[in-house]
Design a protein around this ligand. Structure first.
Ligand code: ZN
Length: 149
């Protein structure tokens, strides 16, 4: 399977059946995210426990890229330390903006998220892909609202 076929397959799968797509009872953080460029909106919930992201979930309305990215993001950060989650946010942002150095070693920590590399060729889609990660960063810092700019 080519990288772009794999990208399409992952986006389709996670758009059709997004993981962790539900409100959360007893969350420690709730962030409203908005991407005015595309109209994507999401609410992200985080449960934090001793410096770890114990649980993450989201709901919202947006394009397939934003939904799939949020689905994969929640799955990827669950169980990680907040520092690891921030580092993953930085690495993912570097990937989709074409700033990640070449090489498998840079991509390996991203797991399935690495399929988003192709987004770098579509500047209008970058904010769709990063919206949930902006929301994650805001949530980890205790902020409740984030808008991509
Ligand atoms: Zn979008």
């Amino acid at each position: 399977m080519s990288t772009s076929d794999l990208y399409q397959a992952v986006i389709l799968d996670h758009n059709r059946s997004p993981r962790n797509f539900h409100p959360m009872e007893g969350a420690d953080r709730r962030v409203e995210g908005y991407n005015p460029l595309c109209g994507d909106r999401l609410t992200l919930w985080l449960k934090l426990d001793g410096g770890r992201v114990a649980d993450a979930s989201f709901e919202g309305q947006g394009c397939a890229v934003s939904r799939a990215a949020a689905s994969l993001m929640t799955a990827a950060v669950k169980g990680r330390t907040t520092a690891e989650a921030e580092a993953l946010a930085d690495r993912f942002t570097a990937l989709v903006t074409g700033r990640l150095p070449d090489g498998a070693a840079e991509r390996e920590p991203l797991g399935k998220l690495a399929v988003f590399e192709g987004v770098a060729k579509f500047p209008l889609r970058v904010k769709c892909a990063t919206l949930s990660w902006h929301a994650l960063r805001a949530g980890l810092r205790g902020e409740g609202v984030v808008t991509t700019d």
